[in-house]
Design a protein around this ligand. Structure first.
Ligand code: NOJ
Length: 739
């Protein structure tokens, strides 16, 4: 048996080795035939005009450029017809090098899944891999080769609109999610249901000062390596075909022209073989940053730093040849970038058949697939976070006679998609299940649903309040769906005020006077501030933006057909003044334990603690943690400790729990956070069931980047905490790492 396995492994290895060797040879052969102009053409990417995701450079010569072989890739072209049209033009070029079609397939294609931050709340890596897989299947069937996802930026500032696109604040969780998403999108590159992934935005875009979009980043090397880079390294390990650099500068050097980040770390230390695309116009923007005095200098910085493809700035197109002619850069540098891009075109099988992703039949089948819809509903339910359920109003009984469904989010459809919804430009949104429809689908004939909008998301018009109050008065329970509009978070959607917008909280206050039980549903792309609601409403459900099956998934959760299991992937602040706020902070020399204020690290007008902590989320059932055991309490760096504990479902419903393991290195040459997530498990337990789960502590979990940026552990004492959230620590122990 062992022998057979070994032979199979060897065979697989030699097959893929010889394949990759032949691709290398084919790339070299093609390169020899290319003129300098054609090579530079491969480094050039234009957007199509119908769907624009950045400031467009109007270019009436797009089609001529494709025919002349002056383009390597296009973005924002989708659908079999459109991609075929451009690919046919590329086939008229001298060398017939196929185009790559890239698109922002961020959380689904036609079937829209929850926004990535919501998916992160599920902590369910297989669910995230599946949603990426389905998105890839649909996109690939529509002629797309490449998604600009996953975004793996760690984000500790909810004012930044793009928190909705990532996995939240935690590096460990973010790293696991980055890996799963890359695997999901890519499957096996070259298969007809795979697209190239793109780990973005390299690097540290999430650390933009003040949470303001496109802003500068000023951070230490330690912080860069410890907090922001690990998810990118995970993307490399998962085989991400491409990387995208970022709009921000890091310590004064724009990421796009940042040699340290791209050439030294990514392509050097990590030996990355894929290619790097710039962000939209970011090569040209190095002029505006005040870094490059003209296009020539911008191109010089970008190409030497390791940016291979120019997205929509035309800088490479206009200047690279001059740089070669003036001998400021070698042709070898350009060749390296071209080879990286050609290699991917070969791996995708585009030289065998440039139209292999253009098949109308396949497109039709993939975009109307009931399996995908079913998966979208299941994944969406896993993302709903139950923040409060004090009076056990939830789950609702299916016998409830009259339910008032109130709020500006109840009836609209488009709103459930969240930001970055691909197909809505020209596909109608009738297939999206609104929250109203989801409830209608769920309740039986004996339940009456009453609707009132109440108010708009923004503005101060209270004209609808009375109708909402009347409807509430006629009901047994009120469902109130409020929050921020889908395009209040996303790219260029930073907000200085992240309170619930408009007069929505006033509407809640009015409805409270009816004395009816109220369930508040909050729809948002980021953590919002809603202190009055949090303190006064007994039941709060955070739904984020759940995608095309939002209505059904929300109804599944409200009526207990799915028992909520999600936990927050970001800290929810009490006020904007606490931002940046994250659980894995340092202790300081004067920590404010129990909110002491005098000469303590505190605010005089606010507690330090968040409103809802990282890792928090309730279930309709309850879990008890017990019996923590460590296989030993002293370990050497080449040893491991096995940690085991029992988790029991002590409530009335079957449910899932996300058990979190945190560590604190008590004393070190560089201060360590008060706790850091180092492992987790999501387990399902029947009523009364107990499961024993185990974690393994190894040297990697104890290591950190020291002053010399070496990733190493240091001997000493460690605290181990097992929690149901970062604050709800249920079991504790400690151990020693021996010298
Ligand atoms: C700019 C965004 O920052 C990036 O994430 C996106 O992929 C590109 N535009 C293309 O739409």
């Amino acid at each position: 048996m062992k022998y057979i396995l070994k032979t199979i492994l060897l065979l697989t290895f030699s097959i893929s080795f010889s394949q990759s060797k032949s691709i290398d040879l084919r790339v070299e052969e093609l390169l020899k035939k290319m003129t300098l102009e054609e090579k530079i053409g491969q480094l050039n990417q234009y957007t199509d005009d119908w769907n624009i995701t950045g400031p467009l450079i109007v270019n009436p010569n797009k089609e001529t450029d494709v025919k002349a072989g002056m383009l390597g890739s296009m973005l924002n072209v989708n659908g079999v017809e459109r991609t075929r049209k451009y690919q046919e033009l590329a086939m008229q070029s001298r060398l017939k090098i196929p185009l790559l079609f890239g698109f922002d397939v961020i959380h689904g294609y036609k079937t829209t899944f929850p926004i990535p931050l919501a998916e992160a709340a599920s902590w369910d890596l297989s669910a995230m891999e599946l949603s990426a897989r389905i998105a890839a299947t649909e996109a690939a069937a529509s002629g797309i080769h490449w998604t600009f996802a996953p975004m793996v930026d760690i984000a500790r500032d909810p004012r930044w609109g793009r928190v909705m696109e990532g996995a939240g604040e935690d590096t460990y969780l973010g790293t696991k999610i980055a890996y799963a998403r890359v695997k999901g999108f890519q499957g096996k590159l070259g298969n007809l249901n795979s697209v190239m992934a793109c780990a973005k935005h390299f690097a540290a875009y999430g650390a933009a000062v003040g949470g303001r979009e496109y802003n500068s980043v000023d951070l230490s090397d330690r912080m860069l390596w410890e907090v922001y880079l690990p998810p990118f390294k995970a993307a490399v390990d998962a085989g991400a075909a491409t990387f995208m650099n970022a709009f921000n500068d890091i310590n004064g050097i724009p990421s796009t022209g940042n040699k340290y980040i791209q050439r030294d770390i990514l392509k050097g230390k990590w030996n990355y073989k894929g290619f790097v695309v710039s962000d939209w116009g970011s090569i040209g923007e190095m002029y505006t940053h005040g870094y490059s005095k003209d296009g020539i200098e911008a191109a010089f910085s970008a190409i030497t730093a390791g940016s291979d493809m120019d997205m929509e700035s035309n800088t490479y197109r206009n200047t690279l040849a001059q740089l070669v002619n003036k001998k400021r850069i070698s042709v070898a540098l350009i060749d390296d970038a071209v080879k990286r891009i050609l290699r991917k075109k070969f791996e995708l099988g585009l030289f065998e058949d440039p139209f292999r992703f253009c098949n109308s039949e396949r497109q039709k089948m993939a975009l109307n697939n009931s399996e995908h819809t079913k998966a979208a509903r299941e994944v969406a339910a896993k993302c709903v976070v139950l923040l409060k359920n004090e009076k056990n109003i939830l789950p609702l009984s299916k016998e409830t006679k009259t339910i008032a469904v109130i709020g500006p989010m109840v009836k609209p459809k488009r709103i459930n998609h969240g930001f970055w919804a691909v197909n809505l430009k020209d596909v109608d949104s009738t297939y999206i299940v609104s929250q109203w429809e989801g409830l209608e689908n769920k309740v039986g004939k004996n339940t009456k649903l009453l609707y009132a909008k109440g108010c708009d998301i923004e503005g101060d018009n209270k004209a609808g309040f009375q109708e909402a109050i009347d409807v509430a008065n006629q009901s047994d329970v009120v469902l109130l769906s409020i929050g921020e509009r889908y395009n209040m978070s996303g790219e260029a959607k930073s907000r200085s005020n992240i309170h619930l917008p408009g007069i929505q909280e006033e509407l809640i206050k009015e409805l409270q006077k009816t004395g009816k039980p109220i369930v508040v549903l909050i729809n948002a792309g980021r953590p919002l501030v809603f202190n009055w609601t949090a303190d006064n409403m007994p039941t709060i459900v955070y739904t984020w933006w759940l995608g095309s099956e939002a209505g059904n998934a929300i109804a599944d959760v409200l009526f207990g057909d799915y028992n909520p299991s999600a936990k927050l992937p970001m800290t929810f602040p009490r006020a904007e003044g606490q931002i940046p706020i994250y659980y894995n902070h340092f202790n300081t020399g004067r920590p404010s334990i129990n909110e002491e204020k005098l000469y303590k690290s505190s605010y005089i007008d606010l507690p330090n603690t968040p409103k809802f902590p990282f890792g928090f989320g309730l279930s309709y059932t309850t879990f008890n943690y017990s019996n923590l055991k460590l296989s030993k309490t002293k370990m050497k760096s080449n040893e491991k400790i096995e940690v085991s504990l029992d988790v029991t479902n002590t409530g009335k419903y079957e449910g899932e729990e996300i058990v979190q393991l945190y560590l604190q290195d008590k004393f070190a040459s560089l201060i360590r956070p008060i706790k850091e997530l180092k492992d987790f498990q999501k387990i399902k337990l029947a009523v009364g069931e107990t499961k024993t789960i185990t974690f393994v502590i190894d040297n990697e979990k104890l290591s950190f980047y020291n002053e010399k940026l070496e990733f190493k552990s240091e001997a000493g004492d460690f605290d181990l905490m097992i929690g149901a959230s970062s604050e709800d620590i249920r079991l504790k122990s400690s151990f020693e790492l021996l010298p």
